[in-house]
Design a protein around this ligand. Structure first.
Ligand code: GLV
Ligand code: MN
Ligand code: MN
Length: 439
């Protein structure tokens, strides 16, 4: 793909992201959660763009939009390229969505000249974990770890996941069919960096070598709901000060351990009124570190601290883990091919670790994965001010196009890829000292 053509396709990819950003559950900002009403129109548009690119499109039982183009060699294992199309509340236009638009752009750029291997473009219906407080629903369906118990989890309105799937016109009983069963070359994801590193280095793209592990849980402090005017301070069992104390401790402990990031991103006071002492406060916790053992230790300490606070204040404390996802290493061979593709595009190569979670980390438990980051100006993401530069998007497209040519020539043996992948997973687990399947 020459520079001119890549710039045209980059503009188109960005325009499509901006169009999708208008499909929202809220009037003045982009919020598109799992199987929410605007997801239907997003699917319709994406299906149209995929079909225009020559892909044969299906929508699986969790709403992933999947477009397939067969390879020229029959029986060759396909390559999966994708990212997610759900968003956080008040999102920017590019998180996840850009990766899907680039995948479609790469297929369009083939212009009928299919590689030996087939390509499946996947627009995952859920990655962020906003609606059901469990992330990666789309990719978990593909690797077969979205189980019956998870389908019974309720959203904040009390709707089970199974019901949400039915309400959207899909069939949760057909979840098994979403699984990737054949052998595949691997999974590649293009994604904005969502951080400041490439911007600081003035580099358009970065090659991801691994993704840090993350724990997500909900902490619940329980006391007694009572009247705010009549209950003297010393007779209260107020859940709010306990949660507040703990939240400050989360910040203090995370700041003291290099590499740890910990966030309380959402708190809910029950019943939640100005003149009522909250009898219950629920707080989410997100903890990440590249080393699984350090992450587990940090989480353990924070839970112990929450218990101690609750005990001192004569409250109850409980928590439920929503995600315990181990760190992953990207496949060395696919990653080297990606780095070489960046070089072939005339760009410097920067290898880096992702602090954000991505569908690639779930797919990695079943297949080799690789990821390319696109610079995030000012490092801003999960915010409406999220942006990209057209030149950087074009650079990603040129790298992607070199990548497709390269793996066609060098990486056709999916068995050996899978073996290398199993080795890499084993090493990550051994290095981290825990065997944590992550789902
Ligand atoms: C995904 O956006 C994450 O939270 O890392
Ligand atoms: Mn995100
Ligand atoms: Mn994302």
């Amino acid at each position: 793909m020459n520079v001119e053509c890549s710039l045209d396709r980059a503009r188109e990819a960005v325009d499509r992201c901006l169009t999708l950003a208008k499909l929202s559950e809220e009037d003045n900002r982009t919020t598109r959660t799992f199987l929410s009403p605007p997801m239907r129109e997003a699917q319709r548009l994406i299906r149209g763009w995929m079909e225009g690119a020559g892909l044969t499109v299906t929508i699986d039982a969790v709403g992933n939009v999947r477009g397939v183009v067969p390879g020229s060699r029959s029986g060759a294992a396909p390559l999966l390229i994708g990212s997610h199309i759900d968003t956080v509340p008040g999102a920017g236009p590019f998180d996840g969505v850009l990766g899907v638009m680039l995948a479609i752009g790469l297929v369009e750029a083939l212009d009928g000249e299919t590689p030996e291997f087939g390509i499946e473009v996947v627009a995952f219906s859920e990655e962020e974990g906003v609606r059901f407080h469990i992330p990666f629903l789309g990719s978990r369906a593909l690797i077969g770890t979205l189980d019956r118990d998870t389908l019974q989890v309720q959203d904040d309105r009390g709707i089970t996941m199974a019901q949400a799937i039915r309400d959207f016109g899909l069939n949760p009983d057909r979840l098994d069919e979403a699984q990737v069963r054949s052998s595949v070359l691997g999974y590649v994801e293009f994604h904005i960096e969502q951080g400041p590193i490439l911007d600081n280095l003035r580099m358009p793209v970065g090659v991801v070598e691994g993704i840090v592990g993350q724990t997500r849980l909900e902490a619940v402090f329980r006391g007694t709901t009572n009247h705010a005017g009549t209950t003297p301070m010393h007779l209260r069992r107020d859940a709010m000060p306990a949660a507040s104390e703990w939240i400050l401790e989360v910040e203090r402990q995370a700041s003291a351990v290099p590499g740890i990031v910990a966030t309380v991103g959402s708190i809910t006071a029950v019943p939640g009124a100005v003149n009522v002492i909250p009898g219950e406060v629920r707080a989410t916790l997100d903890v990440r570190h590249a080393d699984d053992l350090r992450r587990a230790t940090a989480v353990h300490r924070l839970i112990a601290h929450a218990r101690a606070i609750a005990e001192r204040r004569k409250l109850e404390f409980d928590w439920n883990t929503r995600l315990d996802q181990h760190a992953i290493r990207c496949d060395p061979a696919l990653t080297d091919a990606l780095a070489r593709s960046v070089e072939l595009s005339g760009l410097p190569v920067h290898r880096m670790v992702s602090g954000a979670g991505h569908d690639a980390m779930v797919m990695a438990s079943r297949m080799p994965v690789a990821m390319l980051f696109i610079r995030s100006p000012e490092g801003i993401s999960h915010h409406s001010a999220e942006s990209v530069r057209i030149e950087d998007v074009a650079a990603a497209l040129r790298s992607g196009s070199h990548f497709l040519k390269q793996i066609s020539g060098t990486l056709q043996l999916s068995d050996s890829l899978t073996a290398r992948h199993d080795d890499a997973v084993r090493h990550v687990r051994e290095d981290s000292g825990i065997d944590n399947a992550g789902q």
